[in-house]
Design a binder for this molecule. Structure first.
Ligand SMILES: C[S@@+](CC[C@H](N)C(=O)[O-])C[C@H]1O[C@@H](n2cnc3c(N)ncnc32)[C@H](O)[C@@H]1O
Length: 641
């Protein structure tokens, strides 16, 4: 997308320090923020710069690491088989183009949404991320004849080797963001070749040999502390957690039942409702789970790997982590079972559990790690580019924008207004009952406040939250300090609202002005669990130019809602940016309705309505977009998360 910046800062003779720049920006914003304490504004902007710095460092670490891996891959690409060489080069090209669909065809299955969620959490220093890698099972290293264990790094199975490489990447990134940890899942319980449990002596031997090997490969450093910098999860330790914590939760689960078959096998049968909301599980697996259930323990009391894995999440700390599980595609079915158990017991929320499946027979450890690192780097890049654009709102011409967009009512807006008015009525909210209501990123649009105004309680305020100097337009409209004929444009919106919503909307323009207060507000940093109703029109997608910060904005709106709150949010679909005044171009991210819905779902919101509206005759009044969409959503209830 071609984004020309609205204005550029003049180069100073003595380059100002970052702090000077922040201070001057803070003063500029504080001036417009009226009641806002400049110190607070400064703090908020400093935070943003820290975030930018962290993103910048992360990007450099990713660049360093991926360029080393790329050289290794090219140097090793010497197989005499020409088609294999070409394939490696084609994979590199697909990764460099960020082509997730092609990468999946090559044997690396990952959802790019997690990359954004984990990166934005790390950069903003919110939830720490934990990468779980699975080591080789002892089978290949236990000499069954002598009972001795032989372990050397090259004996690691492919899955273990990918884990080591990814672990090293993660370690490198952690040096920058200090909020990532490696979880090394050690299969020391079951020896599959001889079909027996390992003895405790064998277990000890295995763990010692494995730790030595991981140290040798740099995964565990001299300074690293178990539990802090990394976590060594021994499957044998999970048995007790399975018998106590996990079983207790499964027994109490509202989303399924424990049962014992006639042979003495213990199963968990997930409910139909739970299976309905589980994504990415094949129909055959669903039928199996719904029929027989998920095997927890066999008739001899031996636990399944999926059950042991689920038990390893029962520590309370896991609620505060973003989990990234990295396994060979051959373990996908086992992972699906684990994940259903985790959801049934409400241990891990859906949006905090992500997976990378790789085909270790088709992809070398270097290729998998290169792909993961490179795709992360591309997402950080996008984040940085959007962050660049955040400060340029001073060039936004309110008057021009308001007259062009709202002077003549567009059919798209008409439909969206009708849906918003009717939705609020259908929700059965009592007029005058809401204490905390906000319109986020109001800019020069009064109609969202007019739609909400009848529901705002007497004495309560409707917060019109705006990040930029655009605040002045609505502040002037409310104070009556704008030309009367220019302010008159909102009258026709009142008429329309009465047409759709009846007497309730009689006088809503004045009601909105009386109850509203324009204030400084940032869609990325809203107070938590504060509002009964949030509206936000054309903001989340229209203040950034990539999907990651858009999704972050939706998360932020979701967090700002009370548990029983509601949101009505409008987005431009397929936007290529827009202008507000001559020679300006403002950023926007080009999204489909599906991408928008997914962002709401991933932010733990239940979407109850999606109304798409485009210009009836295909003509587009605003430049470069496909239509607009109104999303009606509320926080998803616990248990459905
Ligand atoms: C496309 S305009 C939409 C304005 C208005 N809501 C409408 O319906 O026309 C985007 C608005 O978001 C504001 N904005 C930019 N960054 C923001 C942020 N971080 N938080 C809240 N608002 C922001 C801009 O100043 C601008 O007023």
């Amino acid at each position: 997308m071609n984004i020309s910046k609205p204005f550029k800062r003049q180069p100073a003779i003595t380059p100002p320090t970052i702090r000077d720049q922040i201070a001057s920006l803070a003063n500029r914003l504080a001036e417009h923020a009226q009641q806002e304490d400049p110190e607070k504004v400064l703090q908020r902007i400093e935070d943003r710069h820290t975030i930018r710095d962290r993103a910048e460092f992360l990007k450099r670490a990713l660049e360093r690491h991926t360029s080393i891996l790329r050289s290794e891959i090219i140097a090793n690409n010497k197989t005499p088989r020409r088609e294999l060489q070409d394939r490696t080069m084609a994979i590199l090209a697909a990764v460099d183009d960020g082509d997730y669909a092609a990468i999946k065809d090559y044997g690396l299955d990952m959802d790019h949404a997690w990359i954004r969620d984990i990166l934005s959490s790390s950069i903003q220093n919110k939830l720490p991320a934990e990468l779980s890698i699975y080591t080789a099972s002892p089978t290949s290293q236990l000499d069954l004849r002598t009972g001795e264990l032989h372990l050397n790094p090259s004996a690691l199975q492919p899955q273990g080797r990918v884990g080591v490489k990814l672990g090293l990447l993660f370690k490198e990134l952690n040096k920058v963001v200090h909020n990532m940890r490696l979880n090394i899942v050690v299969n020391d319980y079951w020896e599959s070749a001889s079909h027996r449990e390992l003895t405790s002596q064998e277990r000890q031997q295995y763990i010692l040999a494995l730790s030595g090997s991981l140290e040798q490969q740099g995964i565990i450093g001299d300074e690293d502390r178990n539990g802090l910098d990394f976590n060594m999860f021994r499957e044998s330790d999970q048995l007790i957690k399975l018998d106590t914590l996990l079983m207790a939760r499964l027994r109490k689960s509202q989303s399924g039942k424990l049962s014992l078959d006639t042979n003495g096998n213990v199963y968990f049968k997930p409910s139909h409702d739970l299976l309905e909301v589980m994504e990415g599980i094949s129909p055959a697996r669903r039928r199996e789970f719904a029929g027989l259930g998920i095997l927890i323990k066999d008739s001899e009391g031996s636990p399944t790997a999926a059950a042991l894995d689920a038990a390893s999440y029962t520590d309370a700390l896991n609620n505060y982590l973003m989990h990234l599980v990295c396994t060979d595609i051959r373990h996908k079915e086992e992972q699906e079972a684990t994940f259903v158990l985790l959801r049934a017991t409400n241990i891990i929320k859906r949006e905090r559990h992500h997976k990378i499946y790789f085909d270790s027979e088709k992809l070398s450890p270097e290729l998998v790690t290169y792909a993961v690192g490179k795709l992360m780097q591309q997402e950080v890049d996008k984040l940085l580019r959007s962050a660049e654009l955040y400060d340029d709102w001073g060039a936004f011409d309110n008057q021009e924008y308001a007259e062009r967009n709202y002077g003549v009512m567009l059919p798209e807006d008409r439909k969206i207004i009708r849906s918003a008015v009717r939705s609020l009525q259908q929700l059965g909210i009592q007029p005058g009952s809401l204490q905390r209501v906000a319109d986020v990123g109001s800019g020069p649009n009064l109609y969202p406040a007019m739609i909400a105004s009848p529901y705002v309680a007497e004495g309560a305020t409707l917060d019109l939250l705006e990040f930029s100097p655009n605040r002045t337009y609505l502040a002037d409209v409310i104070a009556g300090t704008i030309d009367a004929d220019k302010a008159a444009l909102w009258r026709k919106y009142e008429k329309l609202m009465i047409e759709f919503g009846g007497d309730l909307y009689e006088g809503c323009e004045n009601e909105a002005k009386r109850k509203s207060k324009v204030q400084f507000g940032d869609i990325f940093s809203l107070p938590e669990a504060e509002y009964d109703l949030i509206t936000s029109y054309f903001v989340a997608e229209s203040v950034v130019d990539s999907e990651m910060p858009f999704r972050e904005a939706i998360h932020s709106l979701a967090r700002a809602l009370k548990a029983d709150g509601m949101m009505l949010v409008a987005h431009v679909v397929g936007s290529e940016g827009y202008h507000a005044g001559v020679g300006t171009h403002f950023p926007a991210v080009n999204l489909s309705v599906e991408q928008i819905k997914k962002a709401y779902h991933d932010a733990n919101l239940e979407v109850t309505g999606v109304v798409f509206s485009d210009h009836p005759d295909g003509e587009k009044f605003r430049e470069g977009y496909d239509g607009i969409v109104l999303v009606i959503a509320h926080p998803r209830l616990r248990g459905n998360s």
